[in-house]
Design a protein around this ligand. Structure first.
Ligand SMILES: [Zn+2]
Ligand SMILES: [Zn+2]
Length: 119
């Protein structure tokens, strides 16, 4: 597993996304577009596209790298297949007091957090 080997650093100047290998962190890196200095601080990096999924069987949280999302991801704890296809199925759901727990709290998807944060 080498999924954390690179991070996306967004250029503070031109907003271009630069892919920085982990071993380049702490070294000077420049934006590939405008050549501005990039902050090679892991804390400033966005992780590569990945999805957090809760296992529907055991409830364990799994981090699924974007490239694997269609390749069939399994729960790291119990080995169940994760329902990754649901990530791409728009599901307008009516949430009421009766099903709030099942639909939101036990949802395998990150409810309301389903977006890239622009930090
Ligand atoms: Zn730039
Ligand atoms: Zn599981």
């Amino acid at each position: 597993m080498n999924d954390n080997s690179a991070h996306i650093i967004r250029c503070p100047q031109c907003q271009a996304a630069n892919r920085i290998p982990a071993d380049r962190f702490g070294m000077a890196a420049k934006c590939g577009k405008c050549h501005a200095q990039l902050p090679t601080d892991p804390a400033a990096a966005e992780p590569e596209a990945s999805y957090k999924m809760r296992c529907t069987e055991c409830g364990a949280k799994n981090r699924v790298p974007g490239p694997k999302i269609n390749a069939g991801a399994k729960c790291g704890k119990c080995g169940s297949m994760l329902k990754t296809e649901e990530l791409f199925t728009p599901q307008p759901i009516m949430v009421s007091d009766g099903n709030f727990e099942n639909m939101v709290l036990k949802s395998p998807l990150p409810v309301l957090m389903w977006a890239w944060a622009p930090w």
